[in-house]
Design a protein around this ligand. Structure first.
Ligand SMILES: C[S@@+](CC[C@H](N)C(=O)[O-])C[C@H]1O[C@@H](n2cnc3c(N)ncnc32)[C@H](O)[C@@H]1O
Length: 225
């Protein structure tokens, strides 16, 4: 099944590349909760989100416009998909498409990944994808990068023992930064993969952009230790 979206029905909203800087920082790092800070639930009743009340099987962290997420969910209706994204406008837009196209196994959640995933059960996910994260290349912005030892620990907690964490970036410095964290902890073993081994069946918007502009990118699969 291939998803064909009539984008005239869902006009693309005007999107900024970034949102309020306070949302890239964890809630506990703020002395006062910033306005519009995404809620951090301890649990979610998945039956209120998906037709099949099972927990999500695939988590897309920083799903952006959801180009890959929507097509993937549509093509595999037996699995539940959750995208998390810190830009509110794009989350609303994705959920409009999900409702309009009845993609009942998919949901986009307005959320900042820096707070971990308390609402996701231990060892419940088959796959986490973390694709083309914002690079934050200026030193003063490093602290906005969500990929930290704490996040890896969370990924390890919520992934099934035979699950996978799929990573992609077109920024060599980000790849090196993520590898340093991966290799400096004992949560995952990681390897570079090519097309034959890559396990995300649909390209993300950023990946399609890189392909169009011939920008190289690296893909890695990490497996829990
Ligand atoms: C460069 S875009 C890539 C989007 C998509 N993964 C793709 O490959 O097309 C990075 C996305 O991560 C989101 N993001 C950045 N920090 C985040 C955070 N702490 N929590 C959730 N999403 C975040 C951004 O808003 C943006 O949509």
């Amino acid at each position: 099944m291939t998803l064909e979206i009539d984008f005239k029905k869902y006009p693309t909203p005007r999107l900024r590349h970034h949102t309020n800087p306070s949302l890239y920082m964890s809630l506990e790092s703020h002395s006062v909760t910033p306005k519009f800070y995404p809620a951090i639930e301890e649990t979610i009743d998945w039956g209120t989100i998906y037709k099949n009340p099972s927990p999500p099987d695939v988590l897309d962290v920083g799903c952006g416009r959801g180009g890959s997420l929507l097509k993937w969910a549509y093509s595999q209706p037996e699995r539940n998909f959750l995208g998390v994204e810190v830009r509110h406008t794009v989350v609303e837009w994705i959920n409009d498409i999900i409702r309009g196209e009845s993609i009942n196994n998919c949901y986009a959640k307005y959320y900042s990944a820096v707070n971990g995933f308390p609402f996701i059960e231990d060892k419940s996910l088959s796959q986490i994808v973390y694709l083309f994260p914002d690079p934050w290349v200026k030193k003063k912005h490093y602290k906005r990068r969500a990929f930290t030892e704490q996040l890896l620990k969370e990924f390890h907690r919520i992934l099934k023992p035979n699950g996978t964490l799929s990573l992609a970036t077109d920024v060599p410095e980000v790849d090196a930064y993520q590898l340093e964290i991966l290799n400096g902890t004992s949560y995952f073993s990681v390897r570079e993969v090519d097309d034959a081994e890559w396990n995300v069946p649909f390209k993300t918007d950023q990946q399609l952009f890189s392909d169009r502009k011939s920008i190289p990118y690296v893909r890695r699969i990490a497996t829990p230790l």
